[in-house]
Ligand binder design. Structure first.
Ligand SMILES: [Zn+2]
Length: 732
């Protein structure tokens, strides 16, 4: 917690009945953030009832069903999973429907990679079945490919580009090695694979091959499947290379839902489609290519885990790639399941995708198995007489893997309604791969994740999830597979870090496009089979969560967070915490704005001023909300107040979007243009400074200042409502 919020927290404890700000929930005499003291007891009773329901055996049987066959987006199997999910939610008492969109998506028809020199050798070898795991012998598993790679054919020498980051290309430049007209070969990790393709394209490579290096998620990380959880030599990481940092979702309907009658642009005009043939291979095929490269030795930290010295190339290796991709309009099937609340004008949404590259036991089915348990628990509460205060919407997205298609199209199609009704969106994707809890959230909801983690038991140690999380995050190294939640930095020294939301899962359209306050959480561990054939039920049973206790624990956490948001008297958004994060971001940018550029400094002054205005408004709002009591609030006032509180995030959206990628509307968070998964904070101004582009800096700074000022005004409206309610009450 930050010191400002702690101060206001303390004032609230001494003189005010409502717990809202950042003091730990459990120290408030049993108080719960967002609840009047007289309601805290019944809320606790409801929560403990819910926490008693999720069950490991149920989660296991959910996962077994979800992973019984490969179910990639666009296939009939994915449709069948959607039908099954709809039936499950209906059996729990939800109103469930399937919503279909038509998206531009490719099926691989022919995928060929071969070494043509120094000797001929067929590559693109498939993943090998292993005896102990019958799932790996299923012939329906799709060949490895990178979705949204164009078709193309190229024969060229090869250059090794390490992870294919901007820094790696700068290093190649300084060493006098160019990829122009060559096939670039990059290893997975450190950035989103679409960025690797974009950078290879920008550097005029003729094609790109991406491989899994044993140093990153294979035998150098630990024992490989089936003896351990890491990637075997034949394991391949499939995955999309859609330029989601430009915009996620259907390439032909940017900004609007991909309904049958939507206006579609031509594929040639799409801004998020890659242009050079790109193909993933396994370590064993990479070996055959890399061992023949000559030229200079690679810089020391570019050396991977294959047993020879890596060279930059080019050299004797020449590769022939031929990709034939069948692009067509294809259907995707989202499942939306509602539990109607007393107030259907406020929605708490939970979501995960259901489409998988192959079986997708960890990614995404562990999250779905957990969501089903959460839904079953909520359904049982309803059966025993509870009625949700707000409507709960469970979302199962299709087409996440190709590029957040199902969630993006639904959010685009329903933006106006969401911006009126949505209170928060809670995402869980790779729900469980091990015992380590982590989370990302909008700053106003970070503390609620910590509150709930303090109250749920870690199933192995019997201590709280929070204690284990805190211990682990203080000694945590970065995840080797490049897919873990972004590297976490505690926003307050000594506090357990809750990350910023970048991209890489379905919260992106909710948060970055519609301004819905969002959260993302899960349990992670050693996981090297990401997007491969081996991410299956057997892997989960052997390595990820053999007894499914972490699945059940995550269902308790999701369920409790849902109840807190659903039942709160005054929604527990902590805008003082948000304002102090913004203040820190402002001072970080300030340190980058150089003195000689007088214009930049004066543009930035307006942002600093607006930041101060926001901090002051947030403090006043916390104080005004802390002073209200139940007797002051008519149901209508309470509804209005909560709607206003939930909409503050939206006032941080810039209507015209970020310069150069206008789909992204959030002034404070976006995926980095050259990172992809990781969040960039204050993306407009920071990226303009990266590019040394003062004109864009000026535009982005003034949009940012305006957004901060709008948020301050919105908060002033909230405190105005709270004060009016208090005055009306004292006048009675
Ligand atoms: Zn996923």
């Amino acid at each position: 917690m930050n010191h400002l919020a702690r101060r206001y927290g303390a004032i609230i404890v001494l003189t005010m009945p409502l717990v809202l700000s950042s003091a730990p929930g459990k120290d408030q005499n049993g108080g719960i953030r967002g609840f009047f003291p007289e309601r805290a007891k019944s809320e606790r009773a409801l929560e403990s009832k819910l926490q008693g329901i999720p069950d490991a055996a149920h989660a296991e049987s959910n996962l077994r069903h979800l992973t019984s066959q490969p179910h990639r987006a666009g296939t009939e199997a994915s449709h069948q999973v959607a039908e099954w999910l709809r039936a499950q939610y209906q059996s729990f008492g939800f109103d469930a429907e399937i919503v279909t969109y038509s998206v531009w998506m490719a099926e691989p028809r022919e995928v060929k990679v071969e070494l043509v020199a120094p000797s001929k050798k067929a590559l693109a070898t498939p993943e090998q079945p292993v005896d102990v795991d019958r799932y790996t012998a299923d012939t329906r598993a799709v060949m490895a490919f990178n979705t949204y790679s164009p078709s193309g054919e190229v024969t060229a020498p090869v250059v090794y580009v390490n992870y294919g980051t901007p820094e790696d290309y700068a290093e190649l430049d300084s060493l006098g090695v160019s990829v122009q007209g060559k096939i670039a070969i990059a290893r997975y990790g450190h950035n989103y694979r679409g960025i690797k393709s974009k950078l290879a394209e920008e550097h005029k490579a003729a094609g790109l091959i991406i491989f899994s290096d044993p140093a990153d998620d294979g035998y150098m990380a630990g024992d490989v499947f089936p003896n351990g959880p890491w990637r075997p030599m034949s394991g391949i990481q499939r995955g999309s290379i859609l330029y989601t940092e430009d915009h996620p979702g259907d390439p032909l309907t940017p900004g609007v839902g991909a309904t049958p009658d939507a206006k579609r642009i031509k594929p040639a005009d799409a801004t998020n489609l890659p242009h050079i043939p790109t193909m993933p291979i396994n370590a064993q095929d990479a070996w055959a290519i890399l061992e023949h490269l000559s030229g200079p030795h690679v810089p020391r930290n570019w050396q991977g885990g294959l047993p020879f010295t890596y060279h930059l190339g080019p050299g004797k290796s020449e590769v022939h790639m031929k990709l034939v991709m069948d692009f067509e309009q294809r259907p995707i099937y989202d499942v939306l399941a509602k539990l109607r609340g007393s107030d259907d004008g406020q929605w708490i949404l939970l979501g995960n995708h259901h489409d998988a590259w192959v079986y997708g036991a960890a990614d995404p089915s562990s999250g779905t198995a957990v969501m089903l348990e959460t839904a079953r628990a909520l359904g049982e509460l309803v059966r025993s007489g509870w009625k949700p205060r707000r409507t709960i919407v469970m979302c199962e997205w299709d087409g996440e893997e190709p590029g957040l298609l199902g969630s993006t199209e639904w959010v685009e199609a329903n933006r106006a309604e969401l911006q009126t009704k949505a209170v928060a969106y809670i995402n869980t994707d790779v729900g469980v791969t091990g015992p380590n809890f982590s989370a990302g959230a909008t700053p106003s909801l970070k503390e609620i994740v910590r509150d709930v983690a303090r109250e749920i038991k870690d199933p192995q140690s019997g201590r709280s999830v929070y204690d284990i999380w805190r211990e682990h995050s203080s000694q945590k190294k970065s995840a080797p597979n490049g897919i873990a939640r972004p590297e976490l930095k505690a926003e307050t020294p000594g506090e357990t870090p809750v990350g910023a939301l970048g991209a890489g899962s379905d919260f992106c359209p909710f948060f970055d496009f519609a301004g819905v306050p969002s959260l993302d959480m899960g349990f992670s561990g050693d996981y090297g089979v990401y997007h491969s054939l081996y991410d299956d039920f057997y892997w989960m049973k052997q390595f990820g969560d053999p007894t499914f206790v972490y699945h059940a624990t995550l269902a308790r956490i999701l369920g409790t967070v849902t109840l807190r948001l659903d039942e709160a008297d005054v929604l527990p958004f902590d805008y003082s915490a948000y304002a102090s994060e913004i203040t820190r971001m402002i001072s970080d940018v300030n340190a980058r704005v150089r003195e000689p550029k007088g214009a930049e400094a004066s543009d930035w002054k307006a942002v600093s001023d607006a930041g101060e205005q926001l901090t002051a408004s947030a403090s006043r709002t916390a104080a005004a909300l802390g002073a209200i009591s139940p007797a002051m609030l008519s149901p209508a006032t309470q509804r209005e107040l909560n709607r206003a509180l939930a909409s503050v995030e939206q006032s941080l959206l810039v209507p015209e979007g970020l310069v150069g990628r206008t789909w992204y509307k959030h002034a404070i968070f976006a995926p980095g243009s050259y990172a992809g998964y990781a969040a960039e904070v204050m993306p407009g101004v920071n990226e303009a400074l990266d590019r040394n582009d003062p004109a864009t800096f000026q535009r982005e700074a003034s949009a940012l200042a305006a957004a901060l000022a709008r948020a301050a005004v919105r908060l002033d409206e909230v405190s105005g409502m709270a004060k009016t309610a208090a005055v009306a009450h004292s006048g009675q």
